[in-house]
Design a protein around this ligand. Structure first.
Ligand code: T5A
Length: 217
């Protein structure tokens, strides 16, 4: 973990994040986790980046629509940061204050991986922007679904602005996700995204069980 950014962890609620490359199964697993926790009586907020707020929906359209064309790397990074600031302020923060389980499909690591390693912006500067946008609030657990980009990109049809980047771009993104997880193993769970869906769900739940016991009323 970076010494310049020690991180803030919410004292209420539980903050869980799914990260990984394209088609790794983040949406599938975050929905399954939400369903399972709700069935167990938890109050769960399932959310995502970009696009979980009205402003975020506008940002999502701009950054993902191929019609947007080329953006300056810094412009793209700031748009994602604006989505995060609004997401934290309007969605994630209030739900944690209500003691809910917040499950987000992507968060700060996506910026560090895509805009940092992918676009090759200065890592320290970019991290400062992303941490500032989110008040450096960290997930209690980030589940990294790791998958070879060539496999993930074949799991769906069509390409948005980011998915349409080169395989080298997506390989740098994957390496950065793995690096982030390796330096802070207490807050990460890395899973092979080629495993069957149910097996991944079980592994996530097993890792979360003690956190659920400890963090919630
Ligand atoms: N981005 C985002 C940045 O550049 N910076 C940022 O700060 C942030 C927050 C968001 C894009 O924005 C970029 C990253 C992204 O490029 P998005 O539309 O939200 O784009 O898309 P993704 O987050 O990439 O989500 P995807 O839909 O591409 O992939 P998921 O959610 O990982 O995968 P999922 O669950 O939809 O599954 C894909 C397919 O695989 C199958 C599913 O059934 C589905 O068909 N599948 C499996 N198949 C086999 N085995 C398994 N274990 C499977 N799990 C799911």
């Amino acid at each position: 973990m970076s010494e310049r950014f020690p991180g803030v962890y919410a004292s209420r609620g539980l903050f869980v994040c799914f990260e990984g490359g394209e088609g790794a199964g983040k949406s599938t697993q975050s929905r399954l986790l939400r369903d399972r926790l709700e069935a167990a009586g938890r109050v769960v907020l399932l959310t995502r980046e970009p696009g979980a707020t009205p402003v975020g929906a506008e940002v999502r359209r701009i950054v993902l629509d191929p019609a947007t064309g080329e953006l300056a790397d810094r412009t793209e990074a700031l748009l994602y940061a604006a989505d995060k600031a609004e997401h934290l302020h309007a969605v994630v923060g209030p739900a944690l204050e209500r003691d809910e389980v917040v499950v987000t499909d992507r968060y700060v690591d996506s910026t560090l991986a895509y805009q940092g390693a992918g676009r090759s912006l200065d890592g320290a500067e970019l991290e400062w922007v992303a941490r500032w946008a989110t008040g450096d609030l960290r997930p209690h657990l980030t589940v990294l679904l790791d998958l070879e980009p060539s496999q993930g990109l074949t799991r769906f049809e069509g390409r948005d602005r980011i998915e349409g980047e080169s395989i080298e771009f997506h390989l740098r993104v994957r390496a950065e996700f793995l690096r982030l997880a390796a330096v802070d193993p207490d807050h990460y769970l890395v899973l092979d995204a080629r495993a069957p869906v149910a097996e991944i769900t079980e592994a996530v739940h097993a890792r979360l069980a003690p956190l659920l016991e400890g963090a919630l009323r």
